[in-house]
Design a protein around this ligand. Structure first.
Ligand code: NOJ
Length: 449
């Protein structure tokens, strides 16, 4: 069976990681502009001030995407670029940049998939309490309305949030991402609730303003892979378990309210008023938007076996397991079990909104970038995704992370995720071997895997 005829092949990026021009043309500061300039926060002390200079090179980049045969491009909008303080005034230069980018993509027949929030909160909003501020859902909806007007019927696929698990977990709980806070349970639940409400309000605005828009939400997903078929129920139960210890990093914390209009039962039992005092009448109806597709960012997963009580037991990785440059284990099966189990629970189509690997890529003496390890990684993972499609999961699209090497947050520029190599001194782009390989996958709609 394989991928459907209209399956969409693309690549993904985000604003702070590639754009640069951090202080140009009226853009306001974001929490990442401030965090990356704070001593000791970033592994190589680098910032996204220039990054890949995509802001100035976007035409070259879109041409490259077309040459590589991409059908779609997932990017995010820097909120502070179009609304410097996050609310009120609109920066026309910022709007023009995204508007021109969309036109350029459409000129080559490349479908834009736009993420509204990929972590770069306007700094002014942060100083007003950021996601702890109960006005944030309405402020986010105002921003969504500006985006919808800017799209002018040219964008059909919009993701409200990217990985709340990571921007809240690392940014507000562990303090290793912007804004670098170490908050406790109640505040984390409060933030999560405001983010979900912001999603709900924005989704309504988008649906009102963009006829037939497809709305998604991208989760940082860590699928449980059953070792044998009899371990499947335990794997599913563990994947969707959500309680006071793990809620931030689960998918159920976000997708249960969005699809079912309620928080997972165990979480409510565990947290009681820490959670319920933030839920006003009508909130859960606002949040329960459903989704036209679930976005899954999957890089790895782990294997589980059921014990005699049917409870999942995580299996340790064997010594010498293959890992990427960021020491993430290579688990291709995660691209089968993630889509399958999420689709079974939420009955919605799946898009892999991110998948890929970091490597220590370099330019060889022949001037090319050879990355056989990435080709092998992608080959194994995409084949598993195709197996999910074969087994009846509605798989709509696949986005490789990332189009080009970029700013990997607290890792700075130490891990290269791109299908296109970027010389960080000159910003020259060199497609890696894997980019040409991916082109053949696209041409054959995944049949050559
Ligand atoms: C998830 C994030 O969305 C993206 O920003 C990040 O670079 C990749 N994963 C790799 O860590």
């Amino acid at each position: 069976m394989g991928f459907s005829k209209d399956f969409v092949w693309g690549a993904a990026t985000s604003s702070y990681q590639i754009e640069g021009a951090a202080f140009e043309d009226g853009k306001g500061r974001s929490v990442w502009d401030v965090f990356s300039h704070t001593k000791g926060k970033i592994l190589d002390n680098s910032t996204g001030d220039v990054a890949c200079d995509h802001y100035h090179k976007f035409k070259e980049d879109v041409k490259l995407m077309a040459d590589l045969g991409l059908k779609a491009y997932r990017f995010s909008i820097s909120w502070a670029r179009i609304m410097p303080t996050g609310t009120g005034d609109v920066n026309e230069a910022g709007v023009k940049f995204y508007s021109d980018l969309i036109d350029e993509l459409l000129k080559y027949g490349i479908e834009p998939y736009v993420t509204l929030y990929h972590w770069d909160l306007p700094y002014d909003l942060h100083t007003q309490g950021g996601w702890l501020n109960d006005k944030m859902p309405d402020i986010f909806a105002e921003y969504a309305a500006v985006c919808a007007d800017m799209f002018k019927g040219r964008v059909k696929n919009v993701l409200t949030f990217n990985e709340p698990q990571v921007f809240i977990g690392l940014g507000y709980m562990q303090g290793t991402h912007a804004p670098g806070l170490l908050l406790g349970q109640e505040e984390l639940l409060h933030i999560s609730h405001n983010v979900l409400k912001a999603h709900g309000k924005a989704a309504r605005v988008l649906r009102e303003k963009i006829p037939n828009v497809k709305i998604g939400f991208a989760c940082a997903s860590s699928p449980r892979c059953p070792v044998t078929d009899k371990d499947i129920p335990a794997a599913a139960a563990d994947y969707f378990a959500c309680d006071s210890n793990n809620f931030i990093f689960t998918d159920a914390m976000w997708l249960d309210p969005i699809f079912f209009g309620k928080y997972p039962e165990q979480l409510v039992k565990d947290c009681g008023e820490d959670l319920t005092r933030h839920i006003a009448d009508g909130d859960m109806e606002i949040i329960k938007t459903g989704l036209d597709f679930v976005g899954l960012n999957i890089y790895r997963g782990f294997f589980v076996k059921a014990d005699e009580n049917g409870k999942a037991v995580p299996q340790a990785f064997p010594a010498g397991v293959t890992v990427t440059a960021l020491t993430w284990e290579v688990v291709p099966e995660s691209l089968y079990w993630g889509p399958r189990l999420i689709n079974e629970r939420y009955k919605a189509p799946i898009i892999i909104t991110e998948n890929g690997m970091a490597a220590h890529d370099c330019v060889s003496v022949d001037g090319k970038v050879h990355d056989p390890n990435r080709i092998d990684f992608l080959h194994r993972y995409i084949r598993e995704y195709r197996r999910a499609a074969d087994d009846g999961v509605e798989c709509l699209a696949y986005f490789q992370w990332s189009l080009m090497d970029n700013y990997e947050w607290a890792y700075g520029y130490t891990g290269r995720f791109g299908m296109v190599y970027v010389d960080l001194q000159t910003c020259e782009r060199i497609p890696k071997d894997s980019a040409y390989w991916y082109k053949t996958v696209i041409e054959s709609n995944g049949e050559n895997l």
